[in-house]
Design a binder for this molecule. Structure first.
Ligand code: FAD
Ligand code: UDP
Length: 366
């Protein structure tokens, strides 16, 4: 078999770069994918009750990058959706991220913006240098908020204390002094109409793209002639773990279907302090599907044993990745893309943007 480009992984990274090469350069591409489907972690499918399930957890598209929004709009229409999350604390459901309403509901107060600033000022812990995710919350909102909303959720999600995690993890969550209860503030937000898998199928419609599923690339790569390999799998696996294993956090997903119209108030409710799962997602509320008397929910149980989802942002593993990075920088005909290969906690929009940039700067120009 002969291809100019071989892509390992049919996630959003692999599919974006495949689409760009096929439709701009008219070259033949082979994508090799270990799982039985394309889409990677954004894969979704209809269950027996015709409810669209996001098989690897809730995915909400949000971006400030017009380029990315316009690009994906070539392959899907959008359902308008602004994500709202509640956190179950002290027998109440309070808005997450923290805003004036969170504080008022949690502490039975009636603060306005100035009042919240004064309240937070008294709670904040002075920290000279922010070194961890724990420091981020203590410095922004103080110990009680940390204990109620962040400490146990983070320990469940990552299997370690927020004190051991890079500040970047919790810095994803804003602290707001207004009444904005949306999870994201980005200009473009929505869900692909018809789902992510339909969008992904459209991206790789070209007959220049061949996809082999259910195959680890190492099982067949020696039999393929190619010029450039684009690798989106775990980076330690690519190098046969020569500097040791990198840790990736994974999730186990459990779904349940109920004979009722609605299960919970909003699409996602977080459970920081109870249960082994972190959150419950009710899919119909994400996708605006109208199916009477049936609803499907998903519980997420973090661990290390399932498909790798998240690079593990402790200093030990960030340092180990730097060793791999030196080898990656020396490669001439391999390009590394995506969350697993770049060992970076990237949202879908940056995944797509990186792939578009790499195509422009590294592939098109060659
Ligand atoms: P992946 O989707 O992981 O794709 C990599 C592919 O490579 C996989 O299909 C894998 O099977 C394949 N592969 C690996 N090794 C091999 C091998 N040896 N041979 C062949 N194939 C291989 N982002 C958002 O913007 N909004 C959200 O709301 C959001 N929610 C998320 C919720 C969860 C639970 C998770 C885990 C992620 C979420 N994300 C979200 C992030 C989003 O999933 C990623 O940004 C995106 O899916 C990464 O795409 P990727 O192609 O880099 O990686
Ligand atoms: N987090 C938390 N409590 C919450 C929500 C998030 O402590 O109710 C922390 C947790 O450590 C999580 C991080 O903030 O990993 C980032 O949250 P985000 O929702 O961005 O994580 P994602 O689900 O997108 O990985």
């Amino acid at each position: 078999m002969k291809y100019k480009y071989v892509i390992v992984g049919a996630g959003l990274s692999g599919l974006t770069i495949a689409e760009q090469i096929a439709n701009n350069l008219n070259e033949k591409i082979l994508i090799i994918e270990k799982r039985s489907h394309i889409g990677g972690n954004v894969y979704d499918s209809y269950n027996e009750d015709n409810i669209l399930i996001q098989n690897y957890g809730p995915h909400i598209f949000h971006t400030n990058e017009k380029q990315v929004y316009d690009y994906l709009s070539n392959f899907t229409k959008w359902i308008p959706y602004e994500h709202r999350v509640l956190s179950s604390v002290d027998n109440k459901l309070v808005p997450m991220p923290i805003c004036i309403d969170t504080i008022n509901q949690l502490y039975n107060l009636d603060l306005d913006e100035v009042g919240m600033k004064d309240w937070i000022e008294k709670e904040k812990v002075p920290i000279k240098e922010i070194k961890s995710s724990e420091d981020v919350v203590l410095a922004n909102a103080g110990e009680d908020i940390y204990n109620k909303l962040f400490k146990n959720y983070t320990e469940k999600q990552w299997g370690t204390s927020a004190a051991n995690l890079s500040p970047s993890v919790i810095s994803r969550i804003p602290f707001r002094f207004n009444h904005d209860t949306r999870y994201f503030e980005d200009k473009y937000q929505g869900m692909p109409k018809g789902g992510y898998t339909a969008m992904c199928d459209k991206m790789v419609e070209s007959d220049k793209i061949k996809i082999i599923l259910n195959t680890d690339y190492k099982d067949i790569i020696d039999d393929i002639e190619y010029e450039t390999l684009i690798y989106t799998g775990p980076i330690d696996y690519y190098y046969d773990y020569k500097y040791g294993k990198l840790l990736y956090r994974s999730l186990r997903f459990e779904t349940e279907t109920y004979d009722q119209d609605s299960y919970q108030e909003v699409a996602v409710i977080n459970y920081p302090n109870d249960y082994d799962f972190t959150r419950i997602t009710e899919f119909k509320k994400l996708t605006s599907q109208e199916i009477p008397n049936k609803t499907t929910i998903m519980k997420e149980y973090p661990g290390f044993d399932d498909e790798p989802c998240y690079p593990y942002p402790t200093q030990e593993y960030l340092d180990k990745f730097e060793e791999y990075k030196k080898d990656m920088d020396k490669e001439n005909n391999t390009i590394f893309l995506g969350r697993l290969a770049q060992y970076k906690y990237l949202n879908m929009d940056l995944i797509v943007k990186n792939a578009l940039d790499i195509f422009q700067n590294k592939i098109k120009g060659d």
